[in-house]
Design a protein around this ligand. Structure first.
Ligand code: AMP
Length: 309
């Protein structure tokens, strides 16, 4: 019988799990996940989880992109923990921390429907206790592309992911290809710090018109939403040229800019053809590379990327 180790752990539906030998979640019927909001209740819930444990870190407002990560974790791990935390330290001044979409009840329903075992939805103090002062600075990788436009962003990401990995102690952690630079930064941090976790990168989930799913798509006005597939069109065109043998990175950047210009309500922040590991801009594409871009629409800033080679 599963224990309910503390007051701060509550099942989303208020019920206790039932023991079912051979159930795919190990020991109980698929029902609402345990909800942990502080470190002690997470530790208690974690202690009861069969291994391997998979962690899917999110900022909530869950959509089909997040579900792809959860489903991958579910298929590879005996237990799945989803963290839901809008991390203040990865937002810059004037960014959308305050208005970032929050939908906790709906998120819990998604977790329940995908067989998540524990939803870790910490308070800010549970992640950053009073006196917190340790940060993880990933170095140069964090200062190009998104990091150049959003100084401090990846220090916030690397810090919160390191804390989440320390608290949850997963065997595997799941990240989306959608945030391509984030996957490179996290790989680097895990390697540099020798963190005992395997990483899985899950392909980007897109709308039928190519727009990558993102919680921030909700900000788009109807005309912006109609224009937004220009990002994936630009990436796809460049990836096609690469597949046809084009190796001149500048030609691919020009091709992407040409296509982005078809949607003038979006202003590009950057258009990049970079080495997939160092994220250094390339002249000639000789191996694995990352096409990436960021476009500022009046209501939202969108990013997308496409691995090639
Ligand atoms: P977020 O809640 O936006 O911080 O995203 C949490 C995780 O979901 C990150 O690893 C993202 O890369 C991933 N993710 C977000 N959108 C998508 C998508 N459209 N396809 C695949 N993964 C995604």
């Amino acid at each position: 019988m599963e224990t309910r180790p503390g007051e701060a752990i509550a099942r989303g539906d208020g019920e206790t799990g039932r023991e079912v030998p051979g159930n795919r979640r190990g020991d109980r019927l698929a029902d609402a996940p345990l909800v942990a909001r502080d470190r002690a209740s997470l530790a208690a819930a974690r202690a009861a989880l069969p291994s391997p444990v998979g962690l899917v870190p999110t900022m909530g407002a869950l959509h089909a992109g997040h579900v792809a990560l959860i489903d991958r974790a579910r298929s590879e791990c005996a237990s799945v923990v989803v963290s839901i935390f809008v991390n203040p330290t990865q937002f810059g001044p004037g960014e959308d921390f305050e208005r970032y979409p929050r939908a906790f009840e709906a998120d819990l329903a998604v977790c329940e429907s995908r067989g998540v075992d524990v939803a870790f939805a910490p308070t800010i103090e549970a992640i950053y206790p009073p006196g917190h002062s340790t940060v993880v600075d990933p170095g140069p990788l964090a200062r190009v592309l998104e990091g150049a436009v959003r100084p401090g962003h990846f220090r916030g990401v690397a810090t919160v992911v390191t804390i989440l990995l320390g608290l949850v102690r997963p065997d595997r952690a799941y990240f989306g290809q959608k945030d391509g630079q984030q996957t490179v930064v996290i790989r680097h941090v895990v390697r540099d710090l020798g963190l005992p976790v395997a990483l899985s990168i899950v392909p980007t989930v897109r709308e039928p018109d190519g727009l990558a799913l993102s919680s921030r798509n909700a900000y788009l006005t109807p005309p912006e939403r109609a224009a937004a597939p220009v990002l994936s069109r630009a990436l796809r065109a460049a990836a096609d040229e690469h597949a046809r043998g084009e190796r001149d990175a500048d030609r691919l950047r020009r091709r992407m800019r040409e296509i982005l210009a078809e949607a003038p309500m979006g202003v590009p922040d950057y258009v990049s053809v970079a080495d997939a590991e160092t994220l250094g801009e390339l002249d000639v594409i000789e191996g694995p590379a990352l096409l990436s871009l960021a476009v500022r629409f009046p209501s939202a800033r969108l990013i997308d990327c496409w691995p090639i080679g």
